[in-house]
Design a binder for this molecule. Structure first.
Ligand code: PEP
Length: 244
């Protein structure tokens, strides 16, 4: 049985004052039945981990593939762990697009995350042009195969299906389209990782909000959500959490 996961990605949003939202979320949901994860900007990981006091998990939004060294501006997985992070988002489409991250790079980062004891939340997803061209399954299949390292387990790997065209747009795939991709990803994971692939959580991401969370969470092979905009406010994220 896969435990549901509600993960929030604050992206490049938030200052110390935003930690009030974490306190409000914990106060409103003191014992959620699902796992809850918030991934703030790196500047807030340590403070959020302190504020969360183990009640919710905290993660980074990226890490470097190397353990240390001359990489100005980058952050190693071990540094995130040292700040209290337990997870790290890897291969988000904004990083793939803005920073030219290939699946090979994401795979190396996931291996670095594992070495540091972090759970990797690995993102895959097609652009609108790729969907229109009928390339969705081939594309996400290739991203999955290239981004998830050998030896990945259900304990150290979560996959997020995030159609690029649904991120921050208010548009979502139909439930049938979500089910088609999640069922496909599950089959690919089981074919490669066996029972570990059966246990890996598959999150849907892209314009999840309180009004659509219930039906998305009831969709085949959806084990939770990776939420961007609606994770910034405790009321919205809490409502999504309640739908799980
Ligand atoms: C995301 O960026 O991971 C995301 C899903 O964003 P939003 O929920 O705002 O579409």
């Amino acid at each position: 049985m896969r435990r549901k996961l509600a993960a929030g990605n604050w992206k490049m949003n938030g200052t110390k004052a935003s930690l009030a939202e974490v306190a409000a979320l914990i106060a409103a949901h003191p014992s959620p039945k699902s796992e809850v994860l918030l991934c703030p900007p790196a500047t807030l990981v340590a403070a959020m981990a302190t504020a969360a006091a183990g009640k919710i998990a905290v993660g980074g939004q990226d890490c470097h593939m190397k353990a240390s060294g001359a990489h100005t501006g980058d952050i190693a997985a071990e540094m995130l762990a040292d700040c209290g992070a337990s997870h790290v988002i890897l291969g988000h489409s904004e990083r793939r697009a803005d920073h030219g991250e290939s699946s090979d790079m994401v795979c190396a980062k996931a291996a670095a995350a594992r070495a540091a004891g972090l759970v990797a939340v690995i993102c895959v997803g097609e652009t609108e042009a790729q969907r229109d061209a009928g390339e969705t399954l081939a594309l996400v299949g290739a991203q999955l195969a290239g981004s998830v390292p050998d030896g990945a387990t259900a304990a150290n790997t979560v996959i997020a299906y995030e159609p690029v065209w649904a991120i921050g747009t208010g548009r979502t795939p139909t439930l049938e389209q979500i089910a088609e991709v999640h069922d496909f990803l599950r089959a690919e994971l089981v074919a490669r990782f066996g029972t570990e692939g059966e246990g890996m959580r598959l999150l849907y991401g892209g314009s999840v909000k309180p009004s659509n969370a219930t039906e998305i969470f009831a969709t085949s092979n959806v084990d939770g959500a990776l939420v961007g905009g609606a994770s910034l406010k405790a009321a919205d994220f809490g409502a999504i959490l309640s739908a799980l």
